[in-house]
Ligand binder design. Structure first.
Ligand code: ACO
Length: 337
């Protein structure tokens, strides 16, 4: 179905868009299996597999958000055939930065030697990569920059309470990056994008930057991730299909036109429920949460890189990317590779 000339409703003509021309990723070496978790908290491999589909995750020992992000960027630049000096903009989505100042993106810029780039962080939790991609698109289509490195990188293992079985079994560490630039081809690149936030439900999933004594809407006082799993599940299963349908409508496409839905890898059960709501087969929903767990903002670029390198994404295919998480935040993007 051709929909050339459509606007995405926010002033961007489809002719002016961006495309991904390189991908890269990095995972810490250490793997933590469900069996090992059985020795740490009162859980079982069977419970974790059945409720989440996760079998193992990677845990950073010597690595940081910055070192993982820098490795992913070097691989994305090599894949795109570009050098660090050519990069105009570095956007790093993370919610687990080791430092408040300087921002992680600036540290990545330093490590890469990307001397001509402007760099800053974006925190929209598991929707962060999508929000960063949309920001890059706005800068590039607005004519301010020619290209960008868009990164999702997390070391969630440092903000997880390893005594809380309700959360520690879910998360993993890792980074993914894409190199994006202006697309000159009318029907190649990002075709539409939608984003949303609902700050009234922030208490469903949160983490402080430091322990706190005062009482407020966020009950836990420590600096670990707190989650109402049931509410997160309901939010994802209701909001994400709507968001994807809206993005498809803006692109003049339907679920049947899409080859692959690259979703935030919150957990496999959520992805299956979203697929069912969209009335699409699971063969269109690639999964790596079983091997890497939930890596928040890193999940989508990590999976994209895996799919590209294994030949599962081909030029011309239509993809939907969708992220959702703390905030609450959500976003979806339709693209033609
Ligand atoms: N091992 C064993 N038992 C556990 C574990 C565990 N790791 N965690 C919780 N339980 C227990 C609970 O204590 C509870 O016991 P009880 O009945 O005696 O009180 C029981 O299992 C059932 O707990 P529920 O929370 O009702 O389990 P549910 O079937 O809802 O599954 C889950 C929990 C998997 C977290 C589910 O709510 C979910 O998928 N939520 C989405 C959360 C998510 O993916 N978050 C990721 C971060 S947010 C994001 O990325 C968008």
């Amino acid at each position: 179905m051709s929909a050339s000339g459509h606007s995405d409703g926010k002033g961007f003509c489809r002719k002016m868009t961006i495309k991904i021309s390189g991908t890269g990723s990095a995972l810490p070496e250490k793997r933590l299996t469900n069996k090992e978790l059985e020795q740490m908290v009162d859980t079982s491999d069977a419970w974790i597999r059945e409720r989440t589909g996760i079998q193992e995750r990677h845990i950073a020992e010597g690595d940081s958000v910055v070192s993982l992000a820098a490795k992913a960027c070097q691989r994305a630049l090599a894949d795109a055939g570009r050098t660090a000096e050519e990069v105009d903009l570095i956007l790093l989505a993370t919610c687990s930065a080791e430092m408040l100042l300087p921002c992680s993106a600036a540290q990545v810029q330093g490590e890469l030697g990307a001397v001509n780039a402007v760099a800053f962080d974006i925190n929209a939790a598991c929707a962060g990569f999508l929000f960063a991609l949309q920001t890059a698109r706005a800068y590039i289509t607005g004519g301010m920059y020619q290209n960008a490195l868009v990164i999702g990188a997390e070391v969630l293992s440092k903000i997880v309470d390893w005594e809380d079985r309700g959360t520690c079994v879910l998360f993993g560490d890792g980074a993914g990056a894409v190199f994006v630039e202006k697309s000159e081809e009318e029907d190649r690149g990002i075709l539409s994008m939608v984003q949303g936030s609902d700050g009234s439900r922030g208490g469903v999933l949160y983490c402080r930057t430091r322990p706190q004594e005062t009482e407020d809407a966020f009950a836990g006082r420590d600096a670990f991730v707190h989650m109402n799993g049931g509410e997160v599940y309901k939010f994802a299963v209701r909001q994400v299909p709507d968001c994807i349908e809206n993005a498809l409508k803006k692109a003049g496409l339907t679920v049947a036109d899409i080859d692959l839905f690259v979703l935030h890898q919150a957990n496999v059960r959520i992805i299956e429920a979203i697929a069912k709501r969209l009335r699409a087969g699971m063969e269109h929903f690639p999964v790596n949460a079983d091997r890497v767990g939930n890596t928040s903002s890193a999940a989508i670029p990590l999976l994209l890189d895996e799919l590209r390198k294994s030949g599962k994404i081909q030029v011309g295919q239509r993809l939907v990317l969708s992220g959702f998480g703390a905030g609450l935040t959500y976003g979806a993007c339709v693209m033609r590779w």
